[in-house]
Design a protein around this ligand. Structure first.
Ligand code: SF4
Length: 490
């Protein structure tokens, strides 16, 4: 054997990573199913099912193409690779750069050779060079540089459509009397059934577990949802769990789709004239802006960044995060029910409901991060660490984002149809029917007013506290709400 080529479960693509240069005659392609990973946390069953079944499908596809494939269950990744090494002494391990610090350290300890990780469009060194020159890590600046560098939606030096950003057009609430197209269902095969039986679960048909299914999802999104994606990307509604979202992040995060393939399909559709520029721009921004920025920041900020807790938040994770019956807040009940069903909600419930609630209740960031990592289908370490610690709960003291994403019920009421049917009232901040988001938002600002008053992007919000004549009553209600949330009675 020439090389032991190690394929982690998030690099499942024939044309990228360690497989791209592999040959069928003298390379051994190795997958390790780590039992300590499987049993080490209370993972969402859909997430485990998706990761395992996708890897097993990919391993079988390589075998069918004539590769020498070993798919091994082992106590952990290191032990599995050591077993393979013992059977093939003097055969070097080669892999692409791993997607987490933890796995990188493991592969280093085995003297693996690393090829560049080409599952992103921005090499890590290029992002480091950009970030090293910034005073503040403004995503918008990174995104514009990416657009120009990669020549995506560009008209010479100018952005197509005359604007870099269509945020104003893309913040519509859910439309009334609207029929949302259904989402695509994926059929299950023998490998899926085998994995489901081992996990003793019954999977939904929401997520594809092979390359064909992922490509089908891409085509379905482009045809049925892409034209309306942008304007409603921030909306939330009881009438549809997926709205016009692409549902492609799991496949880009486990390698079944490469971001370049999604971009090519999106720009081709846009050039055909069927896609409004605000939708095209919104999708491209998510992929070459946010996705690449978050991955770059993960590596730039380093392995200790995840331990930040600059707001000294110590509350234990609230029961409503796992049990939708532990709350009467309709927005949270609907969101947690959706997560429990299929391990996914879109970016606004993640940021403005889940993270916002964790932020304003002072929930311990590491406990919240650990929960988010366990329950989302696409929750890679590189996504969740900067997204939660930096963006979601402001635990880094503003290192990544200049202000916390804290909001009261007014934002949720504007962007959803939840509040109309809720027992709470988003306009009230005191009293038994006050919206917990509204009460806790002001309480959060008051608790941190000294620190936030120095932040010019927060000073207006902190100044608003002075206009609250009922602050003592609000503070009393906030204590009641926090105690009620802990008991699962709010
Ligand atoms: Fe959520 Fe408050 Fe609206 Fe109820 S009133 S749905 S708790 S934001």
């Amino acid at each position: 054997m020439r090389f032991i080529r190690y394929v982690p479960f998030d690099q499942l693509h024939r044309n990228y990573g360690v497989i791209k240069d592999a040959n069928t005659s003298d390379d051994l392609i190795v997958f390790i199913e780590s039992q300590s990973m499987l049993k080490g946390a209370h993972w969402h069953p859909e997430r485990l099912f998706f990761l395992l079944s996708s890897a097993r499908h990919f391993a079988r596809a390589l075998e069918e193409q004539g590769f020498n494939v070993v798919y091994r269950k082992a106590e952990n990744t290191t032990a599995g690779l050591q077993e393979i090494q013992q059977q093939h002494p003097n055969t070097p391990i080669v892999c692409a750069e791993q997607s987490s610090f933890r796995l990188t350290d493991k592969l280093r300890s085995l003297n693996a050779t690393f090829l560049p990780n080409d599952f992103f469009l921005t090499p890590r060194t290029l992002f480091q060079a950009w970030a090293s020159e910034q005073k503040a890590f403004v995503m918008e600046n990174f995104y514009r540089k990416q657009r120009a560098r990669l020549k995506i939606l560009m008209d010479g030096k100018d952005p197509v459509g005359g604007h870099w950003n269509f945020d104003k057009e893309n913040r519509l609430p859910p439309p009334k009397n609207y029929t949302w197209p259904p989402h695509l269902e994926h059929s299950r095969d023998d490998i899926d059934h085998e994995v489901a039986a081992e996990l003793e679960m019954s999977p939904t048909t929401t997520w594809a577990t092979n390359r064909e299914g992922a490509l089908k999802q891409l085509r379905y999104f482009i045809k049925h949802h892409f034209p309306h994606f942008g304007p409603y990307e921030d909306a939330m509604t009881l009438e549809s769990w997926s709205l016009h979202h692409s549902l492609l992040s799991p496949y880009m995060n486990n390698g079944l789709l490469h971001p370049r393939e999604v971009i090519n399909a999106a720009t081709k559709a846009f050039e055909s004239g069927n896609i409004p520029v605000e939708s095209a721009e919104a999708l491209i921004r998510q992929i070459i802006g946010w996705r690449e920025y978050i991955n770059g920041m993960y590596w730039f900020l380093g392995p200790d960044y995840r331990n930040n807790n600059r707001l000294r938040a110590t509350r234990t994770l609230l029961p409503l995060f796992t049990d939708p019956n532990a709350t009467s807040m309709l927005c949270m009940k609907a969101t947690v029910t959706d997560i429990n069903t299929r391990a996914w909600v879109h970016h606004i419930p993640r940021l403005m409901l889940l993270s916002n609630l964790a932020l304003i209740t002072g929930t311990n960031p590491q406990q919240f991060l650990e929960w988010m990592r366990r329950v989302f289908i696409d929750a890679a370490d590189w996504v969740m660490v900067p997204n939660i610690i930096g963006m979601g709960v402001h635990a880094d003291g503003g290192q990544m984002m200049t202000k916390p994403y804290a909001a009261g019920g007014a934002y949720i009421s504007r962007m959803s149809n939840y509040c109309k049917s809720c027992v709470y009232n988003p306009t009230l901040r005191t009293g038994d029917t006050a919206c917990p988001f509204t009460t806790l938002y002001w309480d959060f600002l008051d608790r941190h007013k000294e620190a936030f008053a120095k932040n010019h992007r927060m000073s207006q919000q902190v100044f608003g506290l002075k206009r609250l004549s009922d602050l003592p009553e609000l503070k009393r209600r906030a204590q009641e709400v926090l105690a009620g949330l802990e008991k699962g009675k709010i």
